[in-house]
Design a protein around this ligand. Structure first.
Ligand code: SF4
Ligand code: SF4
Length: 187
């Protein structure tokens, strides 16, 4: 059904276009004054990048591939996130999880390669929703910029190390061998 849009009749003052412009400038000036007399913490605008905003809980920023305490990747290369991604920007290559088999209580697979094209990602969080292992999540970092397109393709190690510094963890560049089984399997 169509919506009837009421036509706004302009007054002679509006039709001069001077008054609306003055009104707009007045609003801008009002905000300018308010900013001047508001404490820095409460201002709408901040001195970025010297100051950074605290993002609210649930904010969907850069992704992280989670690890266990021993550093082993939580992802089991099930491809659920890749399937769920509406932007088709996740690509995964699975590999066997060395000699440690499923029956020994270790996961069967892990990603040999895992990449997200951040230029295509729309930060919808569907990958996080779809993951059965709680292995991927979008956290609070919103500073995603690079000088070339290739650098915007985040690989497995980039994704595992995104928040390493923030969390005080060591950045890793190879898969550690897990020391303890992840779960107990009834044989
Ligand atoms: S946040 Fe959305 S678009 Fe980005 S990788 Fe995840 S599912 Fe794909
Ligand atoms: S991140 Fe989660 S959903 Fe994606 S492949 Fe790994 S385990 Fe599966």
């Amino acid at each position: 059904m169509g919506v009837l849009v009421k036509k706004v009749e302009l007054s002679w003052l509006d039709r001069t276009y001077v008054w609306p412009v003055l009104k707009g400038m007045g609003i801008t000036f009002q905000h300018f004054l308010r900013q001047l007399f508001t404490s820095t913490a409460k201002r709408y605008t901040i001195q970025y990048p010297d100051m950074k905003k605290e993002m609210p809980a649930g904010y969907r920023g850069l992704h992280e591939l989670k690890r266990f305490e021993d550093g082993a990747i939580k992802c089991v290369a099930c491809f659920m996130c890749q399937e769920a991604c509406p932007a088709r920007c996740i690509s995964i290559e699975a590999e066997e999880f060395s000699d440690l088999t499923y029956t020994q209580g270790f996961e069967e697979k892990r990603p040999a390669k895992f990449s997200i094209d951040m230029l295509r990602c729309i930060y919808c969080g569907m990958c996080e929703e779809a993951c059965p292992k709680d292995a991927i999540w979008l956290r609070n970092d919103y500073e995603v910029a690079a000088y070339d397109r290739l650098s915007m393709k985040f690989g497995k190690w980039d994704l595992m190390n995104t928040y390493a510094e923030t969390d005080g963890k060591e950045a890793i560049s190879q898969d550690p061998t897990p020391s303890v089984p992840r779960r107990t399997i009834a044989m």
